[in-house]
Design a protein around this ligand. Structure first.
Ligand code: PGA
Length: 255
């Protein structure tokens, strides 16, 4: 089964509105084609979602918009929070949940990741569910059990039909923003373990349809190691998504 590749740029907490508008326009301009056989997603900070919508609505690239986080309620007294309804209104079709930086700096738990994923699916937004181990967990030989437990927890009470929309992003924490990457064998082994977990949860047909991304210091110079791997269907790109030429090179690698 051929899965449609997906490459998503996670801008994290970078770019003022003026800087973002410049980068969005650079991206739209540099895209030489309309992406139809792969999904390309840009996830800027909340403050730049509207600019992203305006730029990509009026160009031909087919680039989609995603958010980096969400709260699970639709509305109410939750100061500072953003709901799935608000994201939908701005045209977001994807939203990252459970990024290791949210788990580390904002106390996000597996239960919260699950609540966010369910809320997004309820509103037709595809969650990009992040998982990944620390170096200590890897050194202890517990990567697979740790990562698959994160995936299982994030998908609690999500049916096979609903899960088809979800995307899993495997991001070893020690590879994020460090320039270190796992060997292709390590990345493939962990992503294959994730797919096996999805098979146990939902059966082969659904597990074969769900996309698994690799993330963590992916760059034009190392994408060739990851792109051919059978269980890797694209990338979640941090640093390299802030440079239009690099992001476009990564798109070309998966196209
Ligand atoms: P990086 O970040 O590409 O800068 O390592 C990836 C991510 O955190 O999603």
């Amino acid at each position: 089964m051929a899965r449609k590749p997906l490459v998503a740029g996670n801008w994290k907490m970078n770019k003022t509105t003026i800087e973002a508008t410049f980068l969005l326009q650079e991206l739209a301009y540099a895209c030489e084609k309309r992406y139809e056989d792969m999904d390309v997603v840009v996830c800027p900070p909340f403050t730049n979602l509207r600019s992203a919508r305006v730029v990509f609505d009026s160009d031909k690239s087919g680039i989609k918009i995603g958010a980096q986080d969400v709260f699970w309620e639709d509305e109410g007294a939750y100061t500072g929070a953003i709901s799935p309804l608000m994201l939908k209104e701005l045209g977001c079709s994807y939203c990252i949940v459970g990024h290791s930086e949210r788990r580390e700096f904002f106390g996000e738990t597996d239960e919260m990741v699950n609540a966010k994923a369910r809320a997004l699916i309820r509103h037709g937004i595809a969650p990009i569910i992040c998982c990944g181990e620390t170096l200590e967990t890897r050194d202890a030989g517990e990567t697979e059990s740790f990562v698959t437990a994160q995936v299982r927890a994030a998908l609690t009470e999500i049916t096979a039909d609903e899960a088809q929309k979800a995307v899993i992003a495997y991001e070893p924490i020690w590879a994020i923003g460090t320039g270190h990457t796992p060997t292709p064998e390590m990345a493939e082994e962990t992503c294959a373990a994730i797919r096996l977990e999805l098979t146990e949860l939902y059966g082969t047909a659904t597990a074969q349809e769900m996309r698994i991304l690799y993330g963590g210091s992916m760059k034009p110079s190392n994408v060739k190691h990851f792109e051919p791997l059978p269980n890797i269907d694209g990338g979640l790109i941090g640093g390299a998504s802030l440079v239009a030429a690099d992001f476009i090179d990564l798109l070309k690698a998966f196209d």
